[in-house]
Design a protein around this ligand. Sequence first.
Ligand code: GLY
Ligand code: MN
Length: 495
Amino acid sequence: MSDTSSPRPSLSSSGRSGIPTDGAFREYISGGWAERPDLTPSPRVAAPYAAARRLRLSAQYPGARLIVPAGPARVRSNDTDHPYRAHSAFAYLTGWGADAVADSVLVFEPTDDAHEATLYFRPAAGRDTTEFYANAAIGEFWTGPRPSLAHVAADLGLATRDLAELEAVLEAVDATTLVVRDADDTLTDQIDGRRLLAAVDAETVEDEADATFARDVSELRFVKDDWELDEMRAAVAATKRGFDEVIADLPAAIAAERGERVIEGTFDRRARIDGNTVGYDTIAASGPHACYLHWTRNDGPVVPGDLLLIDAGVELDSLYTADITRTLPVNGRFTDVQRRVYEAVLEAADAARAIVRPGIRFREIHAEAMRVVAEKTASWGLLPGTAEESLGDAQWHRRYMIHGTSHHLGLDVHDCAKARRELYLDGVLEPGMVFTIEPGLYFQADDLTVPEEFRGIGVRIEDDIVVTDDGCELLSGGIPRTADDVEAWMASLRG
Ligand code: GLY
Ligand code: MN
């Protein structure tokens, strides 16, 4: 939220355009419009799930006023914004996703025995306002209509108020007030200012209480509810469609100077068609670029004979995202050495997944993948000693896979990021947790510790899984994984 009373300035004050704002014009443009019925929607499917999450948070914070901002639109350059995306904590607690209105704020006001949750947002402005036609940042003429308070209340099953009324909440800020700090800098500054006025030690609140609040909201998201699991399945299905289209477009990618951009564009088009956007910048890494773990420049060629690593995920309108990597032979067939590396990575992935069940610790998954990576790289003579030595203090094998094997996944690609280590890395798995398993092997083109035939080969296989009562479900199992299945998949899509 930038300023509750005066939304962002309109273009009409800029030097390059002049929109008439005199009274006569304003009166003229405000009339002559047909009535628009505001049909009350049924609550969206997510609404009762979001309500249950609010109750869980409420129970953790009796007597506290909790403020969860959606955050403002973020400037890309001058008067051009990035596409709007609400903060994940806000989306989690409201069920409002891609259609959330910027600058909204969810407030939990403490009552005797619980909280009353109210969503403050900037509702549709009347056609009799200057904003309607003259405000290029938020006016209906420019960016389309916003919903009414009643519409959103019915849609989300939440009490709603005009954002202009948030001032009363700010006036009530006291020692019990907590805010998710990283969602809206301006609002957070205002709250810190009110804390000073209320003689609250703002620094202590910021460093301790607000940080604990953010941590708790993050930890609430570890175990996904049934609706979230449906969203994850749908995100994976959309991502599969994107991967299918990438394979079909490989001839165009090979023909283009910057073929990696063709791959990125093809996947991202599917993400925009089926979902909100991509959950993170698509990694389209061909040949030696596959050894750069987060290669998003995507400005290289796609060359037959090389491998293409594509790490991508569709983020749905609910803002839940998949995160999947497949490594494909550009010409449809793995060479012997590419297949050897690929099958070693697949073995690490399968070994790691095989141990997943409730009760094990999250970090054991990585340890299991590393056992295979150390054994494989030792057996190929790449390490200065044995696999056992490497798995001890030496860790030589990590030269070829420096990243971790797994991270939680959901609204954020790296979900639950503010959770405590003892509940994340050292935490015990529970049914409903969703995370990736993504081992890789990366032999950079100029790595003199590996034989020449390995150089320039990078392979990662990344799947999304959910912990079940007695093991796990491979959400992305419908996207071919074995070397043979990948070749067959490519043959079927390329004719
Ligand atoms: N997919 C990118 C990452 O997990 O870091
Ligand atoms: Mn990942």
